[in-house]
Write a protein of this length. Structure first.
Lengths: 599, 118
């Protein structure tokens, strides 16, 4: 006779666990057949094939099955979420020959510089004014015995997504009682996180730090939760507001295992010290994260989730203090870039929304998929909020947390990326609301589990489309990597390296000893200006042309198809430059005179 | 397995990781596992060595704080070396090891009072 405990812990979860293993087996069978070398405008979704899609669907069905059990197993859910993270976030790393994304190579270059010299170059690039993440990368690179930080690029997305799991789970645990809602929220967070900000970058690390700080405040902040719900006393406007949006007092007392007052004072002080230290590290590591953290702190205080106004004040003071003193070399001379867009709401909205929707008709499908995923999550969040409300559970405070990051893109365009960053920071809280569209409190719902399987399958396929939709130009072909390596192997120090766009796997080393052009987001499509740049350089000068640059110009800058081929043809017929390296679609040009200085 | 045993086991595992990280770096090993060991060290050890004393609950939040403090302390250590012009990653690693190892040894050897962490 099987005991009830064994039945619920072992036998019943065995079904969904087996299906998860089958899904992983299908995924493993699908991978060797994927060929990413001829990706079109839709990105990797064009090449993943039915087996890969089947593995995603099976994973989602297995997860829904697990949550449909009378007593869902936390271990099974954790295993399934890790499986999902691996399947979603390793696709490019496994199927592509070279690590992808040009910005990751540049960050590898910053890390390389610090590792070699132990100093910074704030005048070279604004990001050196917030160097914490790069310094950490340099320490890891040196102590790990790596020759360069390019080795860290390939697996960075998997690493960061796994890193997010503990704080996201902790945030959901602070928000809701039921294990079903909690794990559904974590699942939705991962299937909807197509943003791709998890490459080797400061924002990837600092997103993690922000999640940790929010989780710590929600669980251990002084006076948190005693302010939540109907336990509030007083008639002030803020008190009435907190009472209205606060949430479930009954959860606050029972679920967390004791009110904060029962946590010993010295432990609480040490947790606050940890929060302050992490906030300080965020301040020196990334220019945007402190602003969003301050907004989240403010929302937590406003809704009574954090008892003290000192946290948002501390965050803003740290940010302004560091900006004034530590990042002085950046903002002197860049005040317009920093403050110029504040208040220009229309321009910022246009840069963040309209400015990002362009490209070929095929690539626009990817952009539509991205917008669609955001709208689906927003709709699920609204439905979840309503369902929870009707069931007597007030989740308004999480809705406040979800909207708190969005003022960022009204204040600053951040190169048209602020809306993406805002969506990323909103996602942990939006996922909590969205999970209520399927489950409410601890109630079992087979229909909810079926709906979650179905919708998360659609979201997972959408994730592959949205996340890897730029792969036609973000992917690095071996010939491109070889062209850049050829230049580093042959160009004398001090040479000028020119490219049609920044979409190249370059600047991962010697960022200070070569002159790179363009160093910003400019694009060079005029042959005359390219020749002028080459001739105007002091030392040897080289021009790199690759297929990825051409597609980049077409999709992001609206240039005519084949624009770089036309530029190449003009350069070759010009008579003043010659091809010194050719492999596949990659070419390196040099002025005839420059060849004399080559070794 | 009791909560206390599992806590001791975790501290012991981190102590082994600390020893491995120190050995691989100081011996300048060319082992292929060295990068993975170093990443694991910087993510797990410094913070969990300190946060482990606090016996926080729930475990997911305690783990998150341990990871966060680990990476924050490692970042601060690296950044202070850069700002002070004393860049020496191996020395930075040794400092972190010297802070973390005694804390982990204490966690392995000393029994917390039963019931305090319930």
């Amino acid at each position: 006779m099987v005991s009830r405990r064994v039945l619920h812990r072992v036998w019943l979860p065995a079904g969904p666990a087996t299906l998860t293993l089958v899904a992983l087996a299908v995924w493993a069978i699908a991978l060797p057949h994927l060929d990413a070398t001829h990706v079109g405008g839709l990105g990797l979704i064009e090449v993943v094939g039915p087996l890969f899609i089947l593995s995603l669907v099976l994973l989602c069905v297995a997860f829904g099955w697990g949550l449909a059990l009378a007593k869902p197993s936390a271990r099974l859910c954790a295993f399934q979420v890790v499986a999902l993270i691996v399947v979603l976030n390793t696709l490019a790393a496994i199927v592509e020959t070279e690590p992808s994304y040009f910005s990751a190579y540049l960050h590898a270059g910053f890390i390389q510089y610090i590792a070699q010299h132990g100093s910074l170059l704030p005048r070279l690039d604004a990001r050196f004014s917030w160097p914490g993440s790069f310094s950490l990368g340099a320490m890891i690179m040196r102590t790990a015995g790596l020759q360069n930080a390019v080795a860290l690029i390939r697996w960075a997305p998997l690493f960061f997504e796994l890193l997010y799991l503990a704080p996201v789970l902790a945030i959901t645990r602070a928000a809701v009682r039921g294990g079903r809602v909690r794990w559904a929220a974590v699942w939705l967070f991962y299937v909807a996180n197509w943003i791709g900000q998890d490459y080797l970058s400061p924002q990837a690390l600092n997103f993690f730090f922000v999640l940790v700080v929010v989780a710590a405040v929600l669980h251990w902040s002084p006076r948190a939760r005693v302010l939540v719900g109907s336990s509030l006393r007083g008639r002030g406007l803020l008190t009435r507001f907190r009472r209205r949006v606060g949430g479930d007092e009954e959860f606050a007392v029972q679920e967390v295992g004791g009110l904060p007052s029962q946590v010993s004072p010295w432990r609480r002080v040490l947790v606050i010290v940890a929060i302050v230290v992490i906030t300080a590290v965020i301040t020196i590591s990334h220019q945007v994260s402190p602003v969003i953290l301050a907004a989240l702190f403010g929302a937590m205080w406003l809704t009574g989730r954090a008892g003290s106004l000192r946290l948002p004040v501390m965050c803003v003071a740290m940010f302004l203090g560091y900006l004034s003193l530590g990042a002085q070399e950046y903002w002197v001379g860049h005040l317009d870039a920093l403050l110029g867009s504040i208040g220009h709401v229309n321009q910022n909205l246009s840069a963040n929304l309209g400015g990002r929707i362009k490209g070929s008709d095929v690539h626009r499908l990817v952009l539509d998929a991205r917008i669609g995923l955001v709208l689906v999550m927003a709709a699920l969040g609204a439905v979840g909020l309503l369902r929870a409300w009707r069931a007597g559970h007030n989740r308004l405070s999480w809705a406040f947390m979800a909207v708190a990051p969005f003022p960022l893109f009204v204040l600053q365009s951040y190169g048209g990326e602020a809306v993406l960053r805002s969506y990323l920071f909103t996602l942990p809280f939006l996922s909590i609301l969205a999970a209520h569209a399927f489950f409410v409190a601890t109630r079992r719902s087979v229909m909810g589990a079926i709906a979650l399987s179905l919708i998360s399958s659609i979201l997972a396929v959408g994730f592959i489309t949205a996340r890897y939709g730029n792969d036609q130009f973000e992917q690095v072909a071996p010939s491109e990597a070889d062209a850049v390596a050829w230049i580093y192997g042959h160009a004398p120090l001090g040479s000028t390296i020119v490219a049609a766009s920044r979409n190249l796997p370059w600047r991962y080393r010697d960022i200070d000893t070569y002159h790179y052009n363009p160093a910003d987001d400019a694009i060079l499509s005029n042959p005359d200006s390219v020749i002028r740049l080459l001739e105007g350089s002091k030392g040897a000068a080289f021009f790199i042309s690759t297929k990825a640059e051409e597609v980049f110009g077409e999709e992001l800058y609206g240039l005519a198809p084949g624009w770089l081929d036309a530029l190449d043809a003009k350069l070759e017929s010009n008579g003043r430059v010659q091809v010194v390296f050719r492999e596949g679609d990659a070419r390196v040009y040099a002025l005839y005179g420059a060849l004399r200085v080559l070794p | 397995m009791t909560q206390h045993t599992s806590r001791r086991g975790g501290a012991a595992a981190l102590l082994i990781l600390t020893a491995a990280a120190a050995f691989l770096t100081l011996s300048n090993s060319s082992s292929p596992v060295r990068p993975a060991v170093m990443v694991a060290f910087f993510c797990l050890v410094p913070g969990n060595a300190l946060v482990g004393f606090l016996d926080l609950r729930p475990p997911s939040a305690a783990l998150a704080l341990g990871l966060g403090v680990s990476l924050a302390l490692s970042t601060l250590c690296a950044q202070v070396m850069v700002w002070c012009g004393v860049w020496n990653p191996t020395a930075g690693l040794i400092v972190l090891v010297l802070v973390a190892a005694p804390c982990l040894v204490l966690q392995v050897l000393i029994s917390p009072r039963q019931g305090k962490f319930e």
